[in-house]
Design a protein around this ligand. Structure first.
Ligand code: GRG
Length: 309
């Protein structure tokens, strides 16, 4: 992961959280975990496994799995125990990107700073690589320990719901159907809650579950994850307009071209920034019950608000 690109030096409430080191170290954990859980790239048939590795190890920011580990810490858990769940989330996220880039969806040639999966391996293999990444996520999650309040049934339900036709896929469908149309803000929020926030929220909830968190802690994490996820997508929409393809590692300016509904299109850039800040403040408020143990989550939310890629 390119934690080197992160500009925020320290961003916890007392200004002392070493975010750069944290991101670097945690993303190394995630990379190691993913290599351990995935079939090696040479596994027969090698094409599909090479395609899965190609997209997974392409330089993604690892935001969702790192949030998952940080949520475990906020609840007093051991982040090592959250690692299978964190890796499962990253596999689902990567699958959604591989499929979203396909010609039948967003039709993009560039992702995570390199040609998209279907450009390198062809459309058939890219469809299957996405399918395999989604499937392996459940295989990995099933290898987590399971906790008294959260047995495997609960963990698998959590993942399946976030990735399913009422959340992630619902967001993608509504997004596709809104192209070229003008939609009200509440419909845009419906899309963001599902295509972006649901998986981020699931990441922090699973982190909390790996610490056998209390129902109150789980509620607080849900509020945090929802608001961080919404802010994340508003910032993503802003960056699509204000940054270059090179900086983003994916094609910039696509939203305008596709006449997509976005916050900047609906309310302008300045108001969009204010909305992202308001959402982040709500996320911070949700962390209050966790005290200093939530320093990493706090720093991550601030970084996501200020990021430039
Ligand atoms: C089920 C096919 C399918 C797709 C569902 C819309 C969608 C979900 C995926 C498309 C990509 C997209 C715009 C998702 C919304 C969330 C988002 C901004 C993803 C990019 O996340 P980053 O910036 O990416 O964390 P990296 O590459 O750093 O992991």
């Amino acid at each position: 992961m390119s934690a080197q690109c992160v500009r925020v030096e320290s961003s916890s409430s007392d200004g002392s959280f070493p975010l750069q080191d944290y991101l670097k170290e945690r993303s190394r954990w995630i990379d190691r975990g993913l290599r351990k859980f995935l079939p090696p790239p040479g596994t027969r048939p090698a094409t599909i496994h090479r395609a899965m590795h190609y997209s997974l190890f392409a330089g993604g920011k690892r935001i969702r799995p790192i949030l998952c580990l940080a949520a475990a810490e906020a609840c007093g858990g051991n982040p090592v125990e959250a690692l299978p769940l964190a890796c499962a989330i990253e596999c689902i996220h990567t699958y959604s990107l591989v499929h979203d880039d396909l010609p039948a969806m967003d039709n993009d040639d560039f992702r995570r700073g390199r040609p998209t999966c279907h450009k390198v391996f062809g459309e058939g293999i890219a469809v299957l690589a996405g399918d395999a990444l989604l499937t392996v996520a459940f295989e990995i999650a099933a290898q987590s320990r399971g906790w008294p309040r959260y047995p495997h049934r609960q963990l698998i339900l959590e993942l399946a719901r976030a990735a399913g036709s009422r959340q992630l896929i619902a967001g993608q469908v509504a997004d596709l159907e809104s192209e070229g149309r003008s939609i009200p803000l509440r419909d845009l929020r419906f899309i963001h809650e599902r295509k972006t926030s649901a998986l981020l929220c699931c990441a922090v909830r699973l982190g909390g579950m790996s610490a056998n968190c209390t129902p109150k802690q789980l509620d607080a994490l849900t509020r945090f994850g929802t608001h961080v996820g919404l802010a994340f997508q508003v910032i993503d929409d802003i960056l699509d307009i204000t940054q270059t393809t090179e900086k983003l590692g994916k094609t910039a300016g696509k939203d305008l071209k596709a006449r997509k509904a976005t916050y900047p299109a609906l309310v302008g850039l300045e108001r969009s920034r204010q909305i992202a800040e308001q959402l982040t403040r709500k996320a911070f408020a949700a962390l209050e019950p966790f005290g200093r143990r939530a320093a990493a989550l706090h720093a991550l939310a601030e970084y996501l608000l200020r990021r430039d890629r």
